[in-house]
Design a protein around this ligand. Structure first.
Ligand code: AMP
Length: 118
């Protein structure tokens, strides 16, 4: 069923505490943790606790959780002190975009100048 945990999903396992992660923030509906292979000095992933394969299906199926992910992206940026300079929020969607984990997630990237980042 849409939104239900998936047994084969890495990020559902992080939500369940079955796989360790460096969690920086948690709410009733989201978990934020450091990316294991950071692409910037600050690289945090914000995920909904509910399982949807990507951001668009999350927004369609659970708009409240989608809003919570966006709000938390901003809270992470403030907590990590990357909001002053500016930061990037990325939702890769589909294998052709580079998405490798099919549980909706926001990348929050910052801590260096991203003006020329591709
Ligand atoms: P995407 O390519 O948009 O699907 O992003 C998935 C991200 O998850 C990548 O940036 C990975 O480095 C990151 N990642 C994969 N496994 C883990 C893990 N166990 N803990 C934290 N981040 C992870």
């Amino acid at each position: 069923m849409a939104g239900e945990p998936q047994a084969d999903c890495l990020f559902c396992k992080i939500v369940a505490g079955e796989i360790p992660a460096t969690v920086v923030r948690e709410t009733a509906t989201t978990v934020a943790f450091r990316d294991i292979a950071p692409k910037a000095p600050t690289h945090v992933l914000v995920i909904p606790r509910v399982h949807y394969p990507d951001a668009a299906s999350l927004a369609a199926g659970d708009p409240g959780a989608a809003a919570d992910v966006l709000r938390e992206a901003g809270e992470v940026a403030a907590q990590e002190k990357i909001d002053g300079h500016g930061y990037r929020v990325v939702f890769n969607t589909g294998a052709g975009s580079g998405q490798t984990v099919f549980h909706a997630h926001a990348h929050v990237l910052g801590g260096r100048d991203l003006t020329h980042m591709g």
